[in-house]
Design a protein around this ligand. Structure first.
Ligand code: HDD
Length: 695
């Protein structure tokens, strides 16, 4: 096979054609290419099939109809068994600090070089057509097209996982997905089979703490952290190995929604995250992440009070600090969702020389599963030739043929060793990938290391590291989820596990569920150890007070104060936010200066959950009219309930009164734009106990 990539070959083939259908013709919209069949035949009529007579049967002879319908019938490929719903974006990775001392991977050694990437974010449990905002882990998969081959870092937005061994993965996924007899619930862990499995799998308790935290309801894909989770190895030229954990940290800071907000967003805009990403990129506001590593030696690992090969454990940042060594910028939306986002095939086994795996048993199983799943999804061992999957460096070997082979290798030699062709590819002992040489000893068997037995210490550490509002959200999420579990013994078993995590948490959840007595604590041979709290595990502690990348909504009606709207808009834009006008009619509202202000969203379809902060600028008559509109009342009531800053003028104040909202310090006079912007940069956490009962 020649060293030319499959991608360039396809492009070359296209340029060899005679031009689509030969002719271009002039139509109302300008000149466009002829519509043709897949054989290049120009189609004269695309509205009616070939009939025996105008009202007669359709003829089998109609090959144009048959080709079109047959292709359509085969348009779908199996969706991913997990992570089916996703959003993919192109961008680049740039190293800012060399790790050449630790690794021979060029991408981690060459500062300033830009490596193209394709990054796909996903939910896990729901189908491809499910909503963007369920409570769920988010996939964070990055394909880095390095000059030494593709490196896929297939991670999540949570740094640990539910299970310690890949052999349990099918059971975990079966348990969380819709129940097999009834086909629901879709994209929700709040049901019996999930919690039944979890209650019998105590190793999942640490991950459960994360999944019940607001990390599992992110505000935006642009405001999530990403983690490679497993320990990997970096291996340098001398063959020395250093363990590494990979991290992505969002430039915009971490931010989540509130549960009530996430539920309402799901109805208002099922594509909330995808649209948010699309709009940010279209506006040139490119999402960016820092790339950071935690490096540690075997000797350091031996001193950790947990086993770093256990994927239900993390290494607290306070123990091994993060070193920021690069950045990723996502700056280009794909041309075609199916070709790129749907067909992109990530495999943790795609690594480059200088990076190697650890013995994490979850990772070891993943090394098999992904390649296998691509064969069933994409249907051919040639899936690497699909442009989004093809390496951007030369690649060549003696693999041949198979379904949908796009390459046309020349010559007689399709084997190795060979002596007949000088340019046939050969192995390269110097530059090629070499597995790190480890000495393994011990007995073979289906066993779990003793060092994997502590299931509660890091769950406790996570819970105790959270701020008070975050702890209340975890407890309330557990109450919500377990309230959807019909089987009493499953609910009780879960509270029994929570007693092992933190007695106060168990009491809050038991109380929230209305249990009459606290169930016995779960049996364990390794009770939780108290560890130092790690503030780095919080969201609130890591949140940035900023409006960068956020959106402010301004509710207006006929007669609203034009100057005030202008001032608010300018202040929000200056702070880095986007601004959207909401009005009862999309055509807009006639403002105080007589000008027509077009709306970006119509009130009934643009609730305040779409925004990070809102302003309500209304004339007296405009406010009186909106006081009778349920959508307007909900707009302000929800903004308040979701702890958002609200700027109001006298009309806005009247609407708040109609909604029964008693203003607090987060409700600001609209002309005081500086105070409003300061309040809008964060949520009004102190308000929460006044607007909802949390567990
Ligand atoms: Fe997985 C997809 C992340 C454990 C088997 N996984 C998939 C995707 C992400 C992850 C982000 C979507 C990639 C994309 O956007 O196309 N998976 C993880 C993480 C894990 C993990 C962070 C634990 C640390 N996964 C895991 C195990 C197995 C799998 C233990 C099986 C033994 N995962 C798959 C899969 C998927 C997948 C079935 C479905 C679609 C695909 O691979 O391409 O092979």
């Amino acid at each position: 096979m020649s060293k030319k990539t499959a991608a360039s070959r396809v492009a070359a083939n296209e340029s060899d054609t005679f031009g689509q259908g030969g002719e271009r013709h002039q139509a109302a919209g300008g000149s466009h290419p002829d519509l043709t069949t897949n054989q290049g035949l120009a189609v004269a009529e695309n509205q009616n099939s070939l009939r025996a007579q105008p009202r007669g049967p359709t003829l089998l002879e109609d090959f144009i109809l048959r080709e079109k319908i047959t292709h359509f019938d085969h348009e779908r490929i199996p969706e991913r068994i997990v992570h089916a719903r996703g959003t993919g974006v192109h961008g680049f990775f740039e190293l800012t600090q060399s790790l050449a001392k630790y690794t021979r991977a060029a991408i981690l050694g060459e500062v300033g070089v830009r490596t193209p990437v394709f990054t796909r974010f996903s939910t896990v449990a729901g189908g491809a057509g499910s909503v963007d905002t369920p409570r769920d882990v988010r996939g964070f998969a990055v394909k880095l097209y390095t000059k030494q081959g593709n490196w896929d870092l297939v991670g999540n937005n949570i740094p640990v996982f539910f299970i310690q061994d890949a052999i349990k993965f099918p059971d975990l996924v079966h348990a969380v997905k819709m129940e097999p007899d009834r086909g629901f619930p879709q994209a929700a862990s709040a049901h019996d089979t999930f919690w039944d499995f979890i209650s019998l799998t105590p190793e999942s308790l640490h991950m459960i703490m994360w999944a019940m935290s607001d990390r599992a309801i992110p505000r935006s894909l642009r405001m999530m952290e990403g983690f490679g989770i497993h320990s990997f190895r970096l291996v340098n030229e001398a063959g020395d190995s250093t363990f590494v954990k990979f991290h992505w940290r969002p430039k915009l800071g971490l931010q989540s929604t509130l549960w009530d907000e996430a539920v309402k967003i799901a109805g208002a805009d099922p594509d909330f995250h995808r649209r948010d990403m699309f709009e940010a990129i279209a506006a040139g506001s490119f999402p960016e992440w820092e790339f950071a590593v935690q490096l540690f030696t075997q000797e350091e690992a031996d001193r950790f009070p947990f086993d770093h090969l256990d994927p239900t454990k993390l290494i607290p940042e306070e123990q091994v600090p993060l070193q920021v060594v690069g950045r990723m910028v996502l700056d280009r939306w794909p041309d075609n969702f199916f070709a790129e986002t749907e067909q992109v095939a990530f495999c943790p086994s795609h690594i480059v020389p200088g990076i190697d795996f650890s013995n994490d048993p979850l990772l070891q199983g993943r090394l098999f599963s992904y390649l296998d799943t691509q064969l069933s999804r994409l249907g051919s061992p040639n899936f690497h030739q699909i442009p989004v999957n093809a390496p951007k460096c030369p690649f060549a070997n003696q693999q041949r043929d198979g379904h949908m082979q796009m390459a046309q290798p020349k010559g007689r030699v399709n084997y190795e060793p060979s002596s007949l062709m000088d340019d046939s590819p050969r192995e390269n002992p110097r530059a090629g990938f070499r597995s790190f040489a480890t000495a393994e000893s011990g007995e073979r068997g289906r066993v779990r290391a003793e060092t994997f037995a502590d299931h509660y210490s890091q769950a406790r550490q996570f819970f105790r590291s959270q701020t008070a509002p975050e702890q209340a959200h975890v407890a309330s999420a557990l109450v919500f989820e377990l309230s959807k579990v019909a089987t009493a013994h499953v609910r009780e078993a879960m509270v029994g596990h929570l007693r092992r995590v933190d007695e106060s948490l168990a009491k809050r959840v038991a109380d929230g569920l209305g249990l009459q007595a606290l169930p016995p604590a779960a049996e364990t041979s390794v009770p939780a150890q108290d560890r130092e709290p790690s503030p780095a595990l919080q969201i609130i502690g890591k949140m940035k007070a900023t409006l960068e990348g956020r959106c402010v909504g301004i509710l207006v009606n006929d007669g609203s104060d034009a100057a005030l709207i202008g001032a608010l808009r300018k202040a929000a834009l200056d702070a880095g936010a986007a601004v959207k006008i909401v009005a009862p009619k999309l055509g807009g509202a006639k403002l105080s200066d007589g000008a027509l202000q077009p709306a970006d969203g119509q009130l009934a379809g643009t609730p305040s959950v779409m925004f990070d902060a809102v302003a309500v600028v209304l004339s007296v008559a405009g406010a009186a009219a909106l006081a009778k509109e349920g959508a307007a009342v909900d707009f302000v009531r929800d903004a308040f309930g979701h702890l958002k800053a609200i700027a109001i003028d006298a009309g806005g104040q009247a609407l708040l009164q109609a909604a029964g909202v008693a203003p607090d310090t987060g409700v600001v006079a609209a002309h005081d734009t500086a105070t409003f912007i300061a309040a809008a940069k964060t949520r009004q956490w102190a308000r929460e106990p006044k607007v909802r009962t949390l567990a």
